[in-house]
Design a protein around this ligand. Structure first.
Ligand code: GTP
Ligand code: MG
Length: 319
């Protein structure tokens, strides 16, 4: 089936067309870029929710419950579970799939697992592309689950409108290490596994840390939830919606999306330039020769940098 037809079907809400387009845009190809170009004008309507937190915090269980609540309200929801490409995540990938198996069959739910592929644990361009396909496909809510390890949880602010930080009792010293840089990105905090001892204390600690950071006009709410028992989910979903309204009414929605577009654009330009410089230099074996020159102190890295950039010249024109 030609891509134009797949796009038509996707716009009508066809799940299989969506899946095929996502597969197509997971590759670095000119075709992928053409698809992205064609669907771009249909994007921008979804509420994008990032769910992050420590391994095993219950992010997938919570996602499952949130999605069930959303579809109960007649909404469509897409889920992208980002698996860090670590050998240790094998179990949880399987876990994710099993936990959401019944949902995957629902016509209003789309679920996809994706690796982070060479992006040093960050969220790849392919994740962003998949998200745009779902957005164009009419999914009202798109949830991105990332394990709070490495770059991906910081990256989540570059994509999500609402960041939900999942905390659990018994993190102990971990909560201190999570604090740095992470507390600032949470728009909503959910203390999951509230059925376990220590949940109140975790909530207290999170609240205390949030109070240390009073320079914003909005204090993120801290909610107690127990995903396995479906407790606190309706309130959580309400807070997620409230945050979206807050973003829109305060004008922050536009600011945030524009910032993210700028970062995305700069990243794409960087990536393309890097490819051109490196491929040009490698064509002529230049890179290795230059490294020898630098190693032998005949040149320094900065002058070689400038030489390489000058050398790109005519190679800068694509296609
Ligand atoms: N007691 C209790 N256990 C829970 C709760 N929510 C989830 N769990 C359990 O915690 C474990 C991990 O749940 P997941 O939903 O896979 O957690 P996750 O954060 O997605 O895990 P990773 O994706 O591997 O980081 C499972 O055994 C769940 O059954 C809860 O509210 N209370
Ligand atoms: Mg998970």
């Amino acid at each position: 089936m030609p891509y134009s037809q797949l796009i038509e079907k996707m716009l009508e809400g066809d799940k299989r067309a969506c899946a095929r387009l996502i597969t197509a845009v997971e590759n670095d190809s000119d075709e992928a870029e053409r698809i992205m170009g064609d669907i771009y004008r249909y994007t921008g309507n979804a509420h994008i929710i990032g769910i992050t937190g420590p391994p095993g915090a219950g992010k997938s269980t919570l996602t499952d419950k949130i999605v069930k609540e959303l579809i109960r309200e007649g909404k469509k929801a897409g889920v992208i579970a980002v698996d860090p490409t670590s050998p240790y995540s094998g179990g949880s990938i399987l876990g994710d799939r099993i936990r959401m198996q019944d949902l995957a069959l629902n016509p209003n739910v789309f679920i996809r697992s994706m690796g982070t592929r060479g992006y040093l644990g960050g969220l790849s361009k392919h994740t962003k592309n998949a998200l745009k396909v779902l957005d164009a496909g009419g999914y009202d809510y798109i949830i991105i689950e990332t394990v709070g390890v490495g770059q991906s949880e910081v990256d989540i602010v570059k994509i999500a409108d609402t960041v939900l930080m999942v905390m659990v009792p018994g993190l102990g010293d971990d909560i201190q290490s999570i604090k740095a840089g992470i507390m600032e990105i949470g728009d909503i905090f959910a203390i999951n596994k509230s059925d376990l001892p220590g949940a109140d204390r975790t909530a207290l600690e999170v609240n205390m840390m949030l109070d240390l950071n009073p320079d914003t006009d909005r204090r993120p709410p801290v909610l107690m939830v127990t995903a396995v028992k479906n407790e606190g989910i309706v309130e959580l979903v309400n807070q997620i919606k409230e945050h979206f309204i807050y973003l829109k009414e305060s004008g922050r929605f536009e600011v945030r999306r524009k910032n993210n577009l700028k970062m995305e654009l700069v990243e794409l330009v960087e990536e393309e330039l890097r490819k051109i410089v490196i491929s040009h230099a490698e064509d002529e074996n230049k890179l290795n020769d230059e490294v020898i020159e630098i190693y032998n102190k005949n040149k320094n890295v900065y002058e070689v940098r400038d030489e390489l950039i000058r050398g790109m010249g005519t190679h800068l024109h694509r296609g």
